[in-house]
Design a protein around this ligand. Structure first.
Ligand SMILES: [Fe+2]
Length: 291
């Protein structure tokens, strides 16, 4: 299983978005007509991120992808047995998501959640809009997301029972209590916390994209300073996943973390679930909004 794709409603697509998406992250935009969503590539997939300029900020959907048809069928059967009403996506919707098959349902906190299989690999290679070595995706998927929940314990249980996620570890700091969950070797694809730091229940706090080189992150950090992009957190390193990263504040009301070097969970038996009292080993100081 992997975090396959993300759909996000945004007030509008402006110069600030362009600076973050293209000048710093080097994502590739698919050609689009007026009124269509902005589909963004991070790897050989058709796209993994869709931004919908709807006039309002918010998470449109979160897409999880089964590795095999058999896993898709098994997880779907489990969802239905546990009383989750799943709707099968039609051909048009599957084409929009660029997947072979998809079902959608309501996840915790009313978040539209989708289970897919067969993400479309594009015939054309990924062409980053800034010279980078690309992103660490593959079996680890798009990256990770941190969302707030009105009932974090129930939500964490939901992902374990319904999608088979496993707990990686926990961090409690300031007013935050966060649980980190994995569904492939990526240390966490999903983290759930109580509503805090301005992130309400069902809202996205941040999306993390992992570079394949620390130099990509360092040069991105240079671009952030040059362009005056507001930082949510300065460069730093996390206690639990060991990611070296910084967080940009987007106009969409959530942050994008750009990181390198996150550790993986290769052996479930060997992994020890830890409880940390701080999210950072160093850095990750509160950024100042820049004008
Ligand atoms: Fe993160």
């Amino acid at each position: 299983m992997q975090l396959s794709y993300l759909g996000i409603n945004v007030e509008k697509l402006d110069a600030q978005w362009n600076a973050i998406l293209f000048d710093v992250l080097g994502l590739e935009a698919r050609p689009r007509e007026e009124g269509e969503p902005l589909q963004l590539r991070v790897d050989d997939r058709h796209h993994r991120i869709s931004l919908y300029p709807t006039g309002e900020n918010g998470t449109a959907y979160v897409g999880w992808e089964a590795d095999t048809q058999a896993e898709f069928d098994r997880v779907l059967r489990g969802l239905r047995e546990q009383g989750v009403a799943c709707e099968e996506a039609d051909a048009r919707l599957c084409a929009e998501r660029a997947v072979m098959r998809m079902v959608y349902f309501e996840g915790p906190d009313g978040v539209r959640t989708e289970l897919a299989f067969g993400g479309v690999v594009d015939g054309q290679p990924f062409k980053p809009s800034r010279a980078t070595s690309g992103f660490n995706t593959g079996e680890q998927g798009l990256g990770h997301i941190l969302m707030a929940s009105a009932d974090p314990a129930a939500t964490v249980q939901w992902y374990q029972d319904k999608l088979g996620f496993k707990v990686s570890d926990y961090i409690h700091w300031d007013e935050a209590k966060a649980t980190f969950l994995h569904c492939n070797p990526r240390h966490h694809s999903l983290a759930i916390m109580n509503p805090c730091f301005g992130t309400g229940a069902g809202e996205l706090n941040h999306l993390m994209l992992q570079a394949r080189s620390i130099d990509d992150v360092g040069r991105g950090y240079d671009e952030v300073q040059r362009l005056g992009i507001p930082l949510a957190l300065t460069l730093g390193k996390h206690t639990n996943d060991h990611m070296t990263s910084f967080y940009m504040m987007t106009p969409g009301g959530f942050a994008i973390e750009y990181g390198y070097g996150g550790r993986t969970i290769e052996d479930e038996e060997e992994w020890e679930v830890q409880f940390y009292n701080a999210p950072k080993l160093w850095g990750h100081n509160l950024g100042k909004a820049q004008d």
